[in-house]
Design a protein around this ligand. Sequence first.
Ligand code: FAD
Length: 389
Amino acid sequence: MNDTLPVMQMLYSEEQRLAIAGFRRFAEAELRPLADKYEKLGCPPERAAMLDLFRRLDDYGLVSGLIPAADGGPGIDRFTYGLLYEELARAWPDMAIAILIQSHVALTLVELGTPEIKKSHLEPLLRAQRIGCSCISEPNAGSSVAEVQTRATLEGTRYRLHGQKLWISNGAQSDFAIVVCRIDGKLDMLLVDRDGDNYQHRELEKMGFVSASTCEIFLDDALAPVSHVLGRSGGGLYQTLKLFESARVFVGLTAVGIAQAALEEAIEYAKQRRQHGKVIAGHQLMQTYIAEMATELDAARLLCQRALRLLDLGVRCDTQTSMAKWYATEMAVRVTSKAIQIHGGVGITKDFKVERHFRNARILPIPDGTTEIQKLIIGRNTLGVSAFS
Ligand SMILES: Cc1cc2nc3c(=O)[nH]c(=O)nc-3n(C[C@H](O)[C@H](O)[C@H](O)COP(=O)(O)OP(=O)(O)OC[C@H]3O[C@@H](n4cnc5c(N)ncnc54)[C@H](O)[C@@H]3O)c2cc1C
């Protein structure tokens, strides 16, 4: 039996275990078939279908869960929310990424939005009536956010934006975008409504996460009122890096969910496939693979959970969030690759899910700070010497 998860769960409260079990039933019955459907279609759900899914996922707190009661959410701690998020990623990682963006756009509005913006944008976001996206990366600004070139120029009571954003999750279905841009040369965050075609998008074709929207966003003459500047003037870089601290742990947890699914499929296959007179699960080298997969997966899960607990405490923990993101995402590449190896030839066919897990896992060491950037953060914080400057 695969006892990794049940034993881990002894560390959780009764309430947390019940929440995981309830959500898993929903995910198995409702989400997995949709994950398969959209994978075959090769495209993300349309906006209306996405909003419907967000509403159903919010029955478990997955959209509004992290939002404090004062701002209209249930204020679930990140650790507990992370337990459900991992389950979502195990069933449909593409939807987990969409939820990650929606929930962190909401957190940004909680932190930086005025009371008016909370009313006009946060409330409908939490009620799953609108979809947000976060526009940081550009063709010439990826790992280095400080090199963002999109600019906003004041014209009376509004800003006019010019620029292009790249790799924007939820871009296709979004109703508004939080845009990192230059105002008077300084980096700021500006909330830009789509309002018909105030900005446009083009969906990108990717090797994995094919049912998660990832877009180019074109801001040619897009307009935003001056009241839509988020946070303090010139605070765009700091605010973005702060947002990454939480978001990157959830990228790590997405990897944990994918690796968990791949491990379960590898175990099931190894126990029924026979070669050399016995099931391949009985061959020592196959057991070594399974042991390595299970151990690395648990290590990644624990690193993510530690980071979430530290975020819950509100202490600075960018070293620990970077460790979690780097290790978990690279772990998932190794684990899903071994899951294919255990399947032999059938592992590379679309008849089995492990090839999908591998394609998805391979993407995750890139977003929200590449593996190399995470190591530079850990190195800087550990050595007290920055390699960035
Ligand atoms: C699926 C997906 C979803 C995404 N979603 C969003 C989103 O919603 N919003 C958004 O704004 N962005 C998003 N991104 C963008 C993502 O954050 C960037 O891709 C990432 O930051 C890397 O930037 P880049 O692709 O331009 O690579 P580059 O920065 O060009 O890096 C290329 C290579 O150079 C390395 N490198 C760069 N600088 C250094 C250095 N100083 N030292 C050593 N090596 C270095 C990198 O590690 C990498 O290996 C998404 C990306 C993906 C793949």
